[in-house]
Design a binder for this molecule. Structure first.
Ligand code: 6GU
Length: 250
């Protein structure tokens, strides 16, 4: 998979050299290209923003550097098959980024991310981009970040770990939170009985029983209880999918 990121803070993407993502890059599973938006300005001050038409607080990112940067990404990555990237624009006004979307994106050969800052990018940039490639505005959740960079770190990690060979143990991908519409069950390791100061904290006995059927049932019940407590919004969805055979839905 090829990934391009355009940002005025390319150093923000440095963590993508680390850990699983860094190894995937070194292993050739992932090609990451980070572009500095200011390289696509043509004035002495390398200006990327200006005040909004119609008034209002803050600054808006100018269209010309964005168009030049996106055109560069498209031509830079163009192979013999004349493919284009799927452009993802992080922003609180986007469609929700979910595990299902991460799976769909992991099946695509080429993603590009446009990191906005300030009050946003001139709307005509979306028109310019949409005339050339698929464009999706995506949000991590109902809160506001200063720019798209942190969101890109999160989305790239969520997508890249689904690529074959990136996460060593493929089984660890299937039973985790949000796979199957439920949150993950609690996990424990040694010691079975932990003296935490003057409190003794024991691992749930069923996990030491060797009864794999009982362990599977306990874990399922814990997932249901945890999802109901923390994410009641997911319970209605899981019930319709059939993952909640033992939960009352009224
Ligand atoms: Cl994806 N980007 C920005 N800038 N802010 C956000 C967000 C994304 N998701 C929630 N807030």
């Amino acid at each position: 998979m090829r990934l391009d990121v355009v940002s005025i803070f390319p150093e923000y993407l440095a963590p993508l050299d680390l850990s699983l993502i860094g190894r995937a890059r070194r292993d050739g599973l992932l090609a990451l290209h980070v572009h500095d938006l200011r390289e696509f300005t043509s004035d002495r001050h390398r200006t990327v923003d200006d005040s909004p038409f119609g008034g209002g607080a803050g600054m808006v990112m100018k269209p010309e550097p964005w168009a030049a940067a996106l055109d560069h990404v498209v031509s830079d990555g163009a192979g013999p098959d004349a493919a284009v990237p799927h452009l993802l624009v992080p922003g609180p006004g986007g469609v929700p980024f979910t595990q299902a979307m991460a799976h769909r994106l992991a099946a695509e050969p080429w993603l590009a991310f446009a990191c906005g800052r300030y009050e946003g990018i001139d709307e005509r940039v979306y028109e310019h981009a949409a005339a050339r490639m698929p464009v999706t505005v995506v949000s991590l959740g109902d809160y506001v970040l200063n720019g798209g960079e942190v969101a890109v770190l999160a989305m790239v990690e969520a997508v890249a770990r689904l690529l074959p060979g990136v996460v060593g143990n493929a089984a660890s991908l299937v039973e985790e939170s949000h796979e199957g519409g439920l949150l993950e069950y609690p996990v424990y390791t040694r010691p079975a009985s932990w003296a935490d100061g003057d409190t003794v904290r024991d691992v749930p006995p069923v996990l030491l029983s060797g009864d794999h059927g009982a362990i599977a049932r306990w874990r399922h019940d814990e997932r249901v209880a945890r999802t109901a407590a923390r994410r009641p919004d997911l319970v209605a969805v899981a019930a319709t999918v059939g993952g909640l055979d033992d939960l009352e839905v009224t």
